[in-house]
Write a protein that binds this ligand. Structure first.
Ligand code: NDP
Length: 328
């Protein structure tokens, strides 16, 4: 018997229940991992609330963790018991002491990277990798807009942009977050609780605006983001922290300057073991070289059983960078 966080129905943080469960034997193509550190991602709040409903209820929750392999299925050859690993995009259930995961979602962890660093950066770093290197290849000296720059994904984006020699303008919700984003490599910041986003982007670019906007805030920033784009620019809408963008009249893309729009997800970029391996190698070398630092503030390391408090804190917009759940 192990312990995990489970939801029996969709709703607020109070629906995250600490229960006994039986993980069962791993399937032939699965590995069983004893989690040492579990990544908290905003997407977990969408699953909990029902914005992205769980396929069945009751359900585990969470899709990312780092730990030690304890058992492997009969078809698994590249991973063995005792290996240090990290995984993302697992079936729901990573908020757990033990989790069975398909081998194609698991990467071997280099010795230089701790479990906590890995769980705080894997899903988020792979996301930044595809956004800045594949969805649109940001160029040295290019100025672009990235929302929620002091969040988990955001702080990694600030550092990756700096390493590329690109100029990231980051939106943030407080002066303290602005300082942190700048410290991690943002070229400029906009406090979107106080400043007009499109006006500031125009000022910062001498009226040129930007070719690409990465927007994970969703509903609250949708229109302002389009207003920051140059003619034929690309809007990358990749999250819903303020609520989903719905009811869009496509003519708005024409009206705002023949814009392009994409709504990507990590699943669409990492589907094979090979894709996972290549992207994680890039991410791990950025971390090992020190170009990307992953530090989790002490007050954002929550005991696994306190997932309710962790979700309330994340949704209150008071966190900076990544947060973790730590099994006992
Ligand atoms: P964050 O740590 O970035 O937390 C979300 C942040 O969004 C908050 O800290 C807050 O920062 C900002 N925010 C703006 N408006 C609101 C609002 N109304 N309510 C709550 N927060 C708000 O989370 P993650 O790093 O885990 O994820 C960032 C985003 O990226 C999420 O939207 C997530 O869904 C998306 N994502 C998408 C992926 C994909 O492949 N499509 C993969 C991974 C993440 P501030 O106070 O500065 O405004």
């Amino acid at each position: 018997m192990a312990k995990r966080i489970q939801i029996a129905r969709h709703g607020g943080p109070e629906e995250l229940q600490w229960v006994d469960f039986e993980p069962g034997e791993p399937h032939a193509d699965e590995v069983q991992v004893a989690n040492k550190a579990i990544g908290i991602n905003y997407i977990d709040t969408y699953v909990r609330s029902g914005l992205y409903p769980a396929p069945t209820l009751p359900s585990g929750i969470g899709t990312e963790a780092a730990g030690v392999v304890i058992r492997v299925g009969s078809d698994v050859t590249a991973i063995k018991p005792g290996d240090r690993v990290v995984y993302a995009q697992s079936p729901l259930g990573a908020y757990s002491e033990v989790h069975n995961v398909h081998q194609d979602k698991v990467a071997l962890l280099p010795d230089a990277i701790s479990f906590e660093q890995a769980a705080a950066s894997f899903l988020k770093g792979l996301t930044v990798h595809y956004l800045l290197r594949q969805t649109y290849e940001v160029q040295p000296d290019e100025i672009f807009l990235f929302h929620a720059a002091a969040g988990g994904v955001g702080l990694i984006a600030c550092q990756w942009a700096k390493a590329l020699g690109a100029h990231l303008i980051g939106t943030v919700g407080s002066a303290e977050k602005a300082l942190l984003a700048k410290e991690r490599g943002a070229w400029a910041t906009i406090n979107y609780r106080e400043e007009d986003i499109a006006r500031r982007v125009s000022e910062l670019t001498n009226g040129n605006k930007v070719r690409v906007v990465y927007d994970s805030v969703g509903k609250a920033t949708w229109e302002a983001s389009l207003d920051c784009l140059q003619r034929r620019g690309l809007m990358v809408s990749f999250g819903n922290a303020s609520g989903p963008v719905t009811g869009v009249n496509l003519a708005i893309l024409n009206q705002k300057g023949s814009l392009y729009l994409t709504r990507p997800s990590l699943n669409g970029y990492i589907t094979t073991r090979d894709e996972l391996q290549r992207a994680s190698n890039d991410l791990f070398s950025m971390i090992a070289s020190g170009a990307i630092k992953v530090e989790v503030p002490e007050n954002q390391r929550f005991p696994l059983r306190e997932a309710q408090r962790a979700h309330s804190t994340l949704e209150s917009r008071s966190t900076q960078g990544s947060s973790l759940l730590i099994p006992d």
